[in-house]
Design a protein around this ligand. Structure first.
Ligand SMILES: Nc1ncnc2c1ncn2[C@@H]1O[C@H](COP(=O)(O)OP(=O)(O)OP(=O)(O)O)[C@@H](O)[C@H]1O
Ligand SMILES: [Mg+2]
Length: 391
């Protein structure tokens, strides 16, 4: 439906930005930003590759907006350096940076029309482009965000999604080489949000600019980004590709943030190179692969075992580990069942480890006939597929 990726053929926007020299890496070197006693950003070092789709992900207050504002130049680090294309931008004001920001609350100018909002950046330029030239560029942007019929509309005469696209056009008309998007889709309903996610991604690929997105929606970050930085209290908890974060989280915090996971927590009973065992609160021992985190596992210390729902098999109440080809077999009762098309999601109440989420693919449902709430079942998994994690 929405086709903001539908860039007019031969548009100057594309040709300008296809010049790779205009797009640069962004780098944080040991950046700290204090607001009084609050360490909003705390010793962060990272590189955002030019032309990539990068996301900051994390809970409220972890420093995402502050990180964007440091890139945009609305804030300056208390310590450390911010570099764009290898050059320090400390002291460089926002309008002199090749960066544009779409704010968390989209903040269109309410007294202006759509065209006036989009043209705002052009009117600030010296020399100011001629009127016909401004009109031409505004039309080009309107076409790009598929809002051509909305030129004279007022802000209050549009839906949230339409306002969002105007905000995007207003940022893009300045031809930034880096676009900073602070929760740009937060106000949209699920369906429109999904459409806009696809459009943003296509737009980013087509024009080749660097997109830096802030979100606390993990699905959004996972589906859109080349790289994700997960933040915790102003620091980087882990940064990597969506796949890295999903398959190789360094601790429970990260595993909990990316995708759905079952955790069993307890104290470490044994550690060797290839396996970590813990004793659960109910006294049962479970083993798993150690994660690649930087913190070591110590016997007696607290740790977690994470088992993704799709790695768990579900069988009849009489099934054994041999029947299921697993290392673990736990009795349980189906509490809830949600049909998701390709998968069925079960919530299974167990005695040993509480409620466990299981994602059962269609072919399994066919071979075991499926289960219904109230059924007693056995669930199991292979230890090598489970991951031991520090907190
Ligand atoms: N201007 C300011 N003055 C004082 N403290 C601030 C200021 N801006 C942010 N903070 C504090 O810095 C921390 C990080 O704020 P930031 O806005 O970067 O969080 P965020 O990750 O964007 O959160 P959210 O998801 O809620 O938008 C918070 O503790 C916040 O209260
Ligand atoms: Mg924020």
């Amino acid at each position: 439906m929405y086709q903001i990726s539908n860039i007019p053929h031969g548009s100057t926007y594309v040709s300008t930005l296809k010049d790779p020299s205009l797009v640069a890496d962004i780098e944080f070197k040991d950046v700290t930003k204090l607001y009084g006693d609050v360490r909003a950003v705390d010793g962060m070092s990272l590189t955002i590759e030019r032309g990539s789709f990068f996301s900051f992900l994390g809970p409220s207050g972890c420093g995402k907006t502050t990180s964007l504002r440091l890139i945009a130049g609305f804030e300056h680090p208390t310590q450390g350096g911010v570099f764009i294309g290898g050059k320090s931008v400390i002291g460089v004001p926002p309008h002199k940076r090749p960066v544009n920001m779409v704010f968390q609350h989209y903040a269109l100018f309410p007294h202006m029309t759509v065209a006036e909002n989009i043209g705002y950046g052009l009117r600030q330029r010296t020399p100011r482009p001629s009127k016909p030239e401004m009109a031409r560029q505004i039309d080009e942007m309107l076409e790009m965000v598929q809002m051509s019929g909305f030129r004279s509309r007022r802000v209050w005469e549009m839906s949230g999604g339409q306002q969002q696209r105007v905000a995007l056009a207003r940022a893009l008309i300045n031809r930034p080489t880096v676009l900073l998007l602070d929760e740009p889709l937060a106000a949209l309903d699920r369906k429109l949000r999904r459409d806009m996610q696809i459009e943003l991604q296509t737009l980013q690929r087509d024009v080749g600019i660097t997109f830096i997105l802030v979100t606390h929606d993990q699905e959004e970050a996972l589906s859109m980004s080349d790289r994700i930085c997960i933040m915790r209290d102003g620091k980087i908890a882990q940064s990597g590709s969506p796949q890295d974060l999903y398959d190789r989280p360094v601790n429970r915090y990260v595993a909990d943030f990316v995708g759905k996971t079952n955790f069993i927590s307890g104290n470490v009973s044994r550690v060797n190179g290839t396996a970590v065992s813990i004793i659960s609160e109910r006294g049962q021992e479970f083993s798993a692969n150690p994660s690649a985190g930087t913190q070591p596992f110590n016997v007696g210390g607290h740790a977690n075992i994470a088992v993704r729902p799709e790695l768990i098999v579900i069988g009849a109440s009489t099934a054994s580990t041999e029947d299921m080809h697993t290392d673990v077999a736990l009795k349980g009762r189906i509490k809830n069942q949600i049909f998701l098309g390709e998968h069925t999601e079960y919530l299974v109440a167990t005695d040993g480890i509480g409620d466990v989420l299981v994602l059962s693919p269609k072919h399994m449902e066919h071979s075991n006939g499926g289960f219904a709430p109230g059924d007693t079942v056995t669930i199991g998994w292979k230890n090598e597929r489970a991951l031991a994690l520090v907190d």
